[in-house]
Design a binder for this molecule. Sequence first.
Ligand code: ZN
Length: 316
Amino acid sequence: MSLSKIRGQARALRLLKPLLVSRRLPPALLFFGLEGVGKATTALEFAKALNCLKPSADGDGCDACASCTQADKGIDPDLKRVNAAYQAGLREEEAERQRTIRVDTARHVIKEMEMTSLTGRWKIAVLEDAERLEIEAANALLKSLEEPPPRTLWILVSSRRDRLLPTILSRCHRVPFSALSDEDVVGVLQTAGVPAAEAPRLAALAEGSPGRALALRSLDVPEPEAWAGDPLAPFRLADSLPRELHLARPLVEAHLRRIARRLRERDGPDSRKTRDGLREISRLSGFLRSNADPRLVLELAALELQDSPRQAQDKA
Ligand SMILES: [Zn+2]
């Protein structure tokens, strides 16, 4: 991988490549935009290019020299990737338990960044999910972001720029990242090993985020045929949704589409019952778009496929 192989981020690369060529860098960059679109990957490739021994004319890394290889293996002593796993290592805890970036972690990285590289290379810290910085940690960073030692670079990465402190934001040179086209999402998925037959379906759910597509791939959307007769299914389905809204929402959308299809098959495409059911699904879909709780939306939609009390009486 190298910067030139990043898909769908032409605007970000147009801002970044001149910085590499000139080697005149602001002390801190902020890569922001939708989650799962390649911000952290780009940050690592940018860091790699900065220390590459044989960079190309447009500043990109060669992907083959000793420095690039070391970075790819994650063993470059001058490149720190600060994330939940990093903090978990420092604290000797599990990564899942690292919900915020703590002040101790910030201080630890600042100290590392202040030690000059033995080989005169750039020292780079990529701080992922920067919106998780605790206030004290953010405050500890301010001075370092403003006046870092020479040849050091901070790259903050965030999909929630609105949650960053204004004092942090004002010290960073901002680089926006965009949602990808479905075609680019398919390309990234295939590179990641997703079969060609499966990639377009996932891309259609992912709203321009390959990361989201890969996360959704590991989650299941069962066909209504498998659960429609089970009275507890709506609640079980809702319970099985991931806690993260950005993952739950596309899953519920996929459920709504399948439920609508099932209603048409069951009651005929033109029946009054189908029309009523589809109207309800469309109403719920609107609620979902205006940020209603995905669990509740899925429960109500799934109930549309259960027999109503009236129908149950008729049958009895
Ligand atoms: Zn190289």
